[in-house]
Design a protein around this ligand. Sequence first.
Ligand code: PMP
Length: 360
Amino acid sequence: MTRVFNFCAGPAALPTPVLEKASAEMLDWQGKGLSVMEMSHRSPEYVSIAQKAEQDLRDLMSIPDNYKVLFMQGGATAQFAMIPMNLLRGKATADYINTGQWSAKAIKEAKRYCDVNVVASAEDKNFTYAPAQQDLKLNPEAAYVHYTPNETIGGVEFDYVPDTGDVPLVADFSSSILSEHIDVTKFALIYAGAQKNIGPAGLCIVIVREDLLGDVLVGTPTAMNYQVAADNGSMYNTPATYSWYLAGLVFQWLKDQGGVDAIRKVNERKAKKLYEFIDLNAFYSNPVAINNRSKMNVPFVLKDDALDKIFLAEAEKAGLLNLAGHRSVGGMRASIYNSVPEEAVDALIAFMADFAEKNM
Ligand code: PMP
């Protein structure tokens, strides 16, 4: 059996030891004679799996007790609607920072429920930077401020957490959760689709301060009400049980690696060497402002886009998969999440150096 190096933006690579454990437990979970997929979500076995996953996530992120951790469905996209439904709390406007395609989708969806005030946009420079704190035209009366700390497509990350005063701060951490320390206390709500740094698709983690719960927009579906999810331990209806279990294995793996701070150091090394290589080699380039370059998603273009297809085909032959940029922007993108080992980045750089030399 061979495993390739997978640079997919999501669903992304999972740690091999996690898949090995899931495989070993597939038919018979811990001597119970059945797969986790076949368990009742109400059984003591499954409840222990679910609770351990939550506790491990709380430990990894130092989540304070006054925050609920919800294991929801519908991906991060469903959160684009659930956030206004749950957090407008009688208000009619919300502030959004626009740094690229995912912020734009969140804005479009929120507009169905409230007046959206775009407090800063990076559109003037084709979404290649994150606006500075002093450029945010915040409205103190807004229900909340929403931003995307890491734009997965553009490869743009904030190098600071916006200060929004008393207005609740909401962040879409889909592509950077668990890659470095997040001070949860600075946020009213953090959400992340699972299929990058957490586990398989089908699950979306929501971490929300409990005092914000309970005042939902009229007509909010029950399955989209955070209070209902919180009151029922995310089991008002059947949750994505297997994805939740797999997420738990990933959290345990991350603890075994030494936790978030240990993985951050590896992530920083991986990103630094890849950007350094891109900057030094005239064959490749990345347009993002240096201090906003994402440590998780590294987009780059070749000197001549006529070579894109050959680059991708040869990369695949070399065991380097899913390097095509998002279908909307083209070019290349290497997503180097927690589970992508440093050797994968080394192999990518060696391949890129070789390809550039041959095609310069
Ligand atoms: N936000 C960000 C930052 C993302 O990267 C993605 C998915 N790539 C989404 C939202 C949408 O997530 P989902 O497909 O889980 O709805």
